[in-house]
Every structure is written in structure tokens, then in C-alpha cells.
Design a protein around this ligand. Structure first.
Ligand code: NAD
Ligand code: USQ
Length: 399
């Protein structure tokens, strides 16, 4: 059934292809974005590897290509509560997808100002949305893009479940009471911490006001194209490669394309969860099709398809392209080595057919990277945001 869908943060890396995909499926899509990422690019002196047009131009091309209209609304949902509430009241969407947060861990750790900005922006954005939905009696299905990082990344003998952990609590009389709790939050950066705070906001509003909420705990997204962004050169997706916003696999692919030694942090023993952008978009659609009912607890999906160790990814890309691997001092405070096993059966049962690294898509991304390599500023490749002052001093001593 066609829905009216608000995509908050629809100008971003995951939001844009999601908006195109949903518009392609016949939904009425409204993008709400304050374009803060474009301002942050300017602040950092970086730009997307791929040449991105303005959001107005992108939606114009989409209309030309498909006849479908995607509307754009310039609203800061963290700062302009009344404007956002009035907009929601005017449109009353059936579903709201919430991507509109500052999402880079290194950016969130750059300075005290960046920590403040990330907490204020992310927590206010999420709370304004929930608060306005209650105030307006808006029974839309809210789908939020969360992160695997809310769990931390260590598997303690069992796969990380989808959101909830069954626990047995011993009572004073010696009986064991069984209960399900939110999996203990264990964030590794200020950014990841805001997603843990989001989880509590969701839990409260689902319980108190019976809001229908799905939280997608997503792994690291890689790739750039989806079926819709391929349709026209000007529909191309954002691709971040810089030391703050570039995520590890996409960074390694662009580094290989410009023959820049692959920047492995520490031993590269960190294991992380990954998902291709095409699957990410598909998962959001599956989540939209399977909303919780009013009064249900928050529905949580682990949105990832495979796990990899950082050094294995580097070695694989090194073999594929001939680029050297550089083992660098780690600017982050994180476990040097970890195992990670994650449950993701809900999306598989709903029909997700995962795109894996083995399917040759890596070389496709290298091709994109090679095509636009002339746009890379090599001085923006190193990750210089350190997690503590002590680490910053160490990294400076050993550049
Ligand atoms: P992105 O930075 O490319 O996009 C986020 C968008 O939100 C930007 O267009 C930005 O301008 C907008 N935005 C931020 N604050 C806003 C505000 N206050 N009001 C209105 N708009 C605002 O990020 P992305 O990579 O597309 O990630 C989208 C979501 O998915 C994020 O919430 C992120 O935490 C989550 N996620 C991303 C990844 C990944 O690898 N990229 C992995 C897991 C989860
Ligand atoms: N890493 C390197 N070299 C690099 C960049 C990163 O070794 O050049 C390492 C990091 O130290 C870390 C791992 O790779 O151990 C992942 O780093 P990342 O920047 O790819 O991912 P992360 O900071 O966790 O953040 C990204 C997105 C974030 C999302 C998260 C999902 O930016 O929005 O929430 O992935 S997850 O990692 O599952 O929590």
C-alpha cells in the first residue's frame, strides 16, 4: 500500500538512496533535512568523492527520469521544534524514517564543541520527533537508524541478540524470575552514546504513549550505488573518504584507487558488522512493511549481513589491488582485538537476500573510486581525531 513517508536526513548517504527506492515503489516521499552535512563538509574542507548536486537539483532529475515527485523541506529538527511540529501537523505522514543525526564517531570526538554539538543535535532531534508525535496524536510508524555500536563489539560466548537480552534474576526467596531487558549499552564514542540515549527515549515513548517504533541497529554501510542512483549521473550517492566521515571499507577502497597505503588502526584486530547500501535500503523497506502494533515494545532489528576483521579487509583489498597495508597507531580507544557474532535472522526471514563482499561488488566500488580519484585531497585521508588527550599525544609522537 502506498504511504506518505517523511525521510528525515534524506539528503545523506543512506537517506538519499532510501528516498529514491521508496519513491520508486510508489510511495509519496518528503525529505526533511537541514543540510548540516554539507556545512560540515565545508567546515572540514572536504567533499564527497562523488560530485553531489544540490538536493533540489537531485529531486528535479528524479522527476525527469521517473515522473515521481520527491519534495524537499529545509528544517532543522533539533533546533526548530515549532517549525518541525507545524510541518508534521500539516503533512501527517504514515511513516517517518529518522536518519537525521550527526553520525561520525571521529567527528563527535574532535573537541569539546563537537561533543556538545553531537549530543545536542542527536538527542534533541530524536526527542523533538517523539514529543511532537505525541502532541499531534500522530500514529505514524517511526523507523530509526540506530547502530550496532550500542552493544559494544564483544561477543561473550553467544551471538548478540536483536535488541533484547533474556535474563534470569534471582529473587530474595531464591526463585529465578525471567525477564527481557534492553541489551546493555556499551558505546565507544560520543556519537555511539547518543544512539544509546535514543534507545531509552524510544523505550519510554513506546511504553508511555504507545508510539509504534522500530530501531534498526545497523552495521557499517559500504558501497555507493543502488538500482536507483545508477539511473542518472546526477542521482549519484554521496561517498565519504575523509578521516572523520569515511567509514573503513569505503576508505580502504578509495585508498587503493589512489595507491595510498591502507590505514589500519592498531593491529586491525577489530571485528565489525557490515552491510551493503543496497541491502540497507531494502531493510528499511522491509521494516516499514512490518510495523509493530500500538502498545508493543520497540521492535529492534540487527541490520547487518556479515562481520569482518579490519586487517582481513585490508589484506583482501591489498591482494586485489596491490596497494600496501600500513599499520598505524590507533587514534581511538577501543579493544585491539575482538570477536563479533550477531543474530540477524529477522531480516533474513522477511526475505533479505544479502549482497556479500565476495560478489565482485568491491571491484565495482574501486571503479567508482578510480573514476573520481582526481577529486581526492590526500591530506584529508588520515584519521586525526583522537579519543583522549593521552592518545592524541601518543599519535603525535608516532605519526
Ligand atoms: P549522513 O551524515 O550522510 O546523513 C545524515 C543526514 O541528516 C544529513 O543529510 C544531515 O544534513 C541530516 N541532519 C543531521 N542533523 C539534522 C537535523 N538536526 N535536522 C535535519 N537534518 C539533519 O549519514 P548516513 O551515513 O546517511 O547515516 C544516516 C543514519 O544512519 C545516521 O543516523 C547514522 O547514525 C545511521 N547509520 C549510518 C551508518 C553508515 O555506515 N553510514 C551505519 C550505521 C548507522
Ligand atoms: N578503522 C581503521 N582504519 C580507518 C578507519 C577505521 O582501522 O581508516 C577502524 C576503526 O578504528 C574501527 C573500525 O575500523 O575499529 C570501524 O570504523 P568506521 O569509521 O568504519 O565505523 P564507526 O566509527 O563504527 O562508525 C560507522 C558509521 C556510524 C555507524 C557505525 C556502525 O560512521 O554512523 O553507527 O559505523 S557500527 O560500527 O556497527 O557501530
Amino acid at each position: 500500500m502506498a504511504m506518505k513517508i517523511a525521510v528525515l536526513g534524506g539528503d545523506g548517504f543512506v537517506g538519499w538512496p532510501t528516498s529514491l527506492h521508496l519513491s520508486d515503489k510508489g510511495h509519496e516521499v518528503h525529505i526533511v533535512d537541514n543540510l548540516s552535512r554539507r556545512w560540515i563538509d565545508a567546515e572540514l574542507g572536504v567533499q564527497s568523492l562523488t560530485p553531489m548536486d544540490s538536493i533540489q537539483e537531485r529531486t528535479r532529475i528524479w522527476k525527469e527520469e521517473t515522473g515521481n515527485t520527491i519534495r524537499f523541506h529545509l528544517i532543522d529538527i533539533a533546533k526548530d521544534y515549532e517549525v518541525f511540529k507545524a510541518w508534521l501537523d500539516g503533512e501527517r505522514p504514515d511513516a517517518i524514517i529518522h536518519f537525521a543525526e550527526q553520525r561520525a564517531a571521529p567527528y563527535s570526538m574532535k573537541s569539546d564543541q563537537h561533543k556538545n554539538y553531537t549530543v545536542n543535535n542527536n538527542v534533541s532531534a530524536t526527542h523533538h520527533l517523539l514529543n511532537a508525535m505525541v502532541e499531534l496524536d500522530l500514529d505514524a510508524h517511526l523507523v530509526h537508524l540506530g547502530t550496532m555500536g550500542v552493544y559494544g563489539y564483544s561477543t561473550v560466548g553467544a551471538a548478540i541478540p536483536e535488541g533484547y537480552l533474556p535474563v534470569g534474576i534471582e529473587t530474595m526467596s531464591g526463585d529465578t524470575v525471567r525477564q527481557e531487558i534492553l541489551y546493555p549499552a556499551n558505546p565507544g564514542s560520543i556519537y555511539h552514546m547518543t544512539k544509546c540515549l535514543d534507545q531509552l527515549l524510544f523505550q519510554f515513548y513506546a511504553k508511555n504513549d504507545a508510539l509504534r517504533i522500530t530501531d534498526l541497529h545497523q552495521g557499517i554501510v559500504w558501497g555507493t550505488h543502488t538500482d536507483q542512483t545508477r539511473r542518472h549521473a546526477q542521482l549519484i550517492n554521496r561517498f565519504d573518504y575523509d578521516g572523520d566521515y569515511g567509514t573503513v571499507l569505503n576508505r580502504f577502497l578509495i585508498q587503493a584507487a589512489i595507491d595510498y597505503p591502507l590505514t589500519v588502526h592498531g593491529t586491525g584486530g577489530q571485528t565489525r558488522a557490515f552491510i551493503h547500501i543496497q541491502d540497507s535500503v531494502r531493510c528499511v523497506e522491509l521494516a516499514l512493511q512490518n510495523p509493530p502494533s500500538r502498545g508493543d515494545k520497540v521492535k529492534v532489528f540487527n541490520q547487518m549481513t556479515e562481520t569482518h576483521r579490519v586487517r582481513d579487509l585490508a589484506e583482501m583489498i591489498s591482494k586485489m589491488t596491490g596497494v600496501r597495508v600500513a599499520y598505524l597507531p590507533n587514534p581511538r580507544k577501543e579493544a585491539a582485538e575482538n570477536d563479533l557474532v550477531v543474530e540477524n535472522k529477522q531480516f533474513l526471514e522477511l526475505g533479505l537476500n544479502p549482497t556479500t563482499l565476495e560478489e565482485g561488488l568491491l571491484s565495482e566500488v574501486v571503479d567508482v573510486a578510480k573514476k573520481f580519484a582526481y577529486r581526492v585531497d590526500r591530506s584529508r585521508v588520515p584519521a586525526v581525531s583522537a579519543w583522549t588527550k593521552e592518545i592524541a599525544a601518543d599519535v603525535e609522537r608516532d605519526p
